[in-house]
Design a protein around this ligand. Structure first.
Ligand SMILES: [Zn+2]
Length: 307
């Protein structure tokens, strides 16, 4: 598209100052001194158009800057960096030539608990929110990739799974656009399943390592919530499932706390751990002691975890 600002005077009036042609976002603009005011207005419109058409231009630029700074920091040989008295100073640094980036080994699924996908994207691109995820899947199935898989997103918070106490460092975070109340849309779930399949294959993530935020933060988080079907995911190979428990006999030695711990739950608050277990494996928010059938499910999961 070509825009001319007061173009006829610019070509016919010799006193006019012909400025170089300027290109901006597909617009070609010719300026003259007498049309600067009008052009200023046009530039303002173009600027506003540019901002509106690329609202995340600034955060994309910041991303590149931060990634570049991280890459630079990795180039520094760490021979002089350790100063703590309690850590022995290395005698010498010799860089190996055999290395790569660490790979994620878990996937943590969340819901955004926000009213729109746009709001989530805005939250994740604002500083200093200190909250982010690798992927956001909108309710309509639009998939946003927001961080390189091998960089550390801030999605898990203070979570624990098994012996992993820094879940952010070993996981990919996926946020599903959902307010926690609405049912998940089919288009969104289809995109999720495809993404999980890609990640599982690319990083060889074990099936049992597909978990929810509620699993790693009992008592603090409930996402992806009661409307999320973990059974459906498990049938596709993402996440642990218990199968048929009808013929299963609960041993006298069964201990719920031990079972929860073996599966991965933080049993510091056992009541909260049971709540997370119910949410994930029974889509239930029931409170109270474990029922006999729930104990069997827990035991079946314990056995699966020990395979
Ligand atoms: Zn979450």
């Amino acid at each position: 598209m070509v825009l001319y600002c007061h173009v006829i005077p610019a070509l016919t009036d010799p006193s006019s100052i012909q400025m170089p042609n300027l290109s901006l976002k597909g617009f070609r603009v010719i300026l003259s001194a007498s049309s600067l005011t009008r052009c200023g207005f046009v530039f303002l419109l173009l600027f506003l158009y540019s901002c509106a058409s690329q609202p995340y231009r600034y955060s994309n630029k910041q991303y590149r800057k931060q990634a570049h700074a991280l890459a630079k920091s990795l180039e520094v040989q760490p021979d002089t960096g350790i100063t703590s008295d309690s850590i022995r100073q290395p005698d010498r640094w010799i860089g190996t030539v055999n290395f790569g980036l660490r790979k994620p080994n878990f996937v943590v699924i969340h819901h955004t608990a926000q009213q729109s996908c746009e709001k989530t994207l805005q939250t994740f691109t604002e500083s200093p929110r200190e909250v982010s995820a690798h992927y956001v899947i909108c309710a309509d199935g639009t998939l946003y990739h927001m961080l390189h898989d091998q960089l550390r997103a801030w999605h898990a918070g203070a979570g624990k799974w098994g012996q992993v106490t820094d879940v952010n460092s070993v996981s990919i975070g996926i946020e599903l656009d959902n307010d926690g109340l609405a049912p998940y849309r089919e288009a969104q779930l289809q995109v999720l399943l495809t993404l999980l399949d890609t990640l599982k294959q690319r990083y060889r993530i074990p099936s049992a390592n597909f978990i929810g935020h509620a699993d790693i933060a009992p008592g603090r988080k409930v996402d992806p919530g009661i409307n999320f079907s973990w059974e459906r995911l498990a049938k596709k190979g993402f996440g642990l499932w218990y199968g048929d428990t009808l013929s299963l006999i609960l041993p006298e030695s069964f201990d719920a706390r031990t079972a929860l711990k073996i599966i991965g739950y933080d049993v510091h608050d056992q009541t909260a751990a049971i709540q997370s277990f119910r949410l994930h494996f029974m889509a239930s928010q029931r409170k109270g002691e474990l029922l006999p059938e729930e104990k069997k499910i827990l035991y079946a999961l314990q056995l699966k975890s020990m395979e």
